[in-house]
Design a protein around this ligand. Structure first.
Ligand SMILES: Cc1ncc(COP(=O)(O)O)c(C=O)c1O
Length: 453
């Protein structure tokens, strides 16, 4: 019988996270204070994040111990299985062996709790009583709701309005885990009210919801903000995916030619990729590919620039690929990929040529996702469909070149709460969409006058 799953025992779970900053051949540019234009200092971030997480954000330690309280929660679903997608391979009929890390087995159904649990724990230890956050697709909001419940914290989630309306079940999951979920833009914050005054029908965006969540905590000593992607420490926490995958591949004597993930803010992609990027830095031959949507082509069409992480320009200026902080992506069905920026770590790796980026259309993504569901069974999240489409392209190329290829990718989440998006695709209501160059040029105007990296 052919092996399909590679499992690790509970006792084999990684005890440390891996920090790619320790191995970067050239250091990253620092985030800047928007007022002074100088590198941000840890105390500047203190009203928004707890100091123990700020320390992780700026750390260049290679390995950081995972506290036992976090490991205990991780063990509820980790180590996650590494699967070989034999049925999908047969369907593609290409000389490829496809392995995927199934992050959909977590309680909320994605990779997001890897950092949600860690963030809730560190806030709790720091004496914080309430977290506020934004969510696009609802995956992050539901993960943080669960994590807050696990550590006895209150949780408020600003959910991008279009997803709030499209995804009632994610909202209900948040309620089941005891959180409060509001549609964003909301009338609870000055940032939300300003947007509503200009456009009462605003579909919202991650940039707007981030502004609301930050405003909601500043000035409340017992509350802090939590971000589900983009930051260095989020990628640190997500490195557990790649560390496990590295061990699992080693167990069966395999090593990938290509490592892939979909990229919204960049956290699940970087999570699986960083241990392999490290190998690449030290001479191993491996390609590492980030898959993003053509409707929000941050890495493939945006410039590398200093920009705000949110629409109301309250965050530090981050060195990243960006489409401009007031970029309003169309309400495509992969809410988690609709972010104007990209994690500074991922941006740096792309800029340094260690990572390639590819943009995929949502129709191609959903066709591949449906092929996947019909062969492998598991229904992928709309975000995950983008990397599956990139895997299909990779397999086609291998076939054309007549070269064997081992592909490893991150199956970032399941889509069984995203069936409205599948309904739109299956009843031909989804249309291909490539962001027009004029829209990119318009959105980039907001970068004028900001410092250049
Ligand atoms: C299933 C899934 N995959 C991917 C993403 C994209 O986020 P990131 O790039 O931070 O992994 C999201 C975000 O909501 C998601 O829910």
């Amino acid at each position: 019988m052919d092996q399909v799953k590679v499992n690790l025992e509970d006792r084999e779970i990684p005890r440390q996270w891996y920090n790619i900053q320790a191995d970067l051949p050239t250091p990253m540019k620092p985030p800047l204070h928007p007022g002074t234009g100088k590198p941000i200092r840890p105390q500047d971030l203190a009203p928004v994040f707890p100091m123990n997480l700020i320390e992780q954000e700026v750390s260049t330690e290679r390995w950081i111990d995972i506290p036992s309280e976090i490991l205990e929660k991780y063990l509820l679903w980790r180590p996650t299985p590494l699967y070989r997608a034999r049925n999908f391979e047969k369907l593609l009929d290409a000389p490829v062996r496809i392995y995927y890390k199934n992050e959909g087995v977590s309680p909320p159904g994605s990779h997001k709790p890897n950092t949600a649990v860690a963030q809730a724990y560190y806030n709790k230890v720091f004496g914080i009583e309430r977290l506020s956050t934004e969510t696009g697709a609802g995956q992050w909001g539901s993960a943080l709701s669960m994590a807050c419940q696990m550590f006895g914290l209150k949780c408020r989630v600003f959910m991008v309005r279009v997803s709030f309306e499209q995804k009632p079940y994610r909202r209900l999951m948040m309620s089941a885990w005891g959180a409060e979920c509001l549609p964003s833009p909301s009338d609870r914050t000055a940032a939300g009210r300003k947007i509503l005054a200009e456009n009462p029908d605003s579909p919202g965006s991650l940039g707007i919801a981030i502004s609301e969540a930050i405003e909601d905590v500043v000035g409340d000593e017992k509350a802090r903000y939590s971000l589900g992607s983009v930051l260095n420490y989020v990628i640190l926490h997500q490195s557990i995916i790649g560390l496990e995958a590295h061990k699992q591949m080693e167990k069966i004597g395999e090593y990938p030619d290509v490592v892939m993930g979909c990229a919204g803010g960049g956290s699940n992609f970087a999570g699986i990729a960083v241990p392999f990027v490290r190998d690449k830095i030290y001479g191993k031959e491996v390609r590492i590919v980030a898959a993003e949507p053509t409707s929000c082509p941050t890495l493939t069409k945006g410039p590398f620039a200093y920009d705000f992480g949110d629409t109301a320009m309250t965050t530090p200026l981050l060195p990243m690929y960006t489409l401009g902080h007031d970029f309003l992506p169309l309400p495509i069905h992969a809410g988690g990929l609709r972010y104007h920026g990209m994690a500074p770590i991922v941006s740096h790796l792309v800029k340094e040529g260690l990572v390639e980026a590819r943009a995929l259309d949502q129709i191609e993504a959903f066709s591949s996702g449906v092929q996947w569901a019909r062969s492998e069974g598991f229904i992928p999240a709309p975000e995950t469909n983008h990397v599956i489409a990139a895997v299909v392209q990779e397999a086609k190329r291998a076939k054309e070149e007549g070269k064997e290829r081992v592909i490893l990718f991150n199956w970032s989440g399941h889509g069984i709460i995203d069936l409205a998006a599948y309904d739109a695709f299956l009843s031909n209501r989804l249309t291909p969409y490539e962001l027009p160059d004029e829209e990119i040029q318009r959105a980039l105007k907001t970068l004028e006058g900001l410092p250049k990296p």
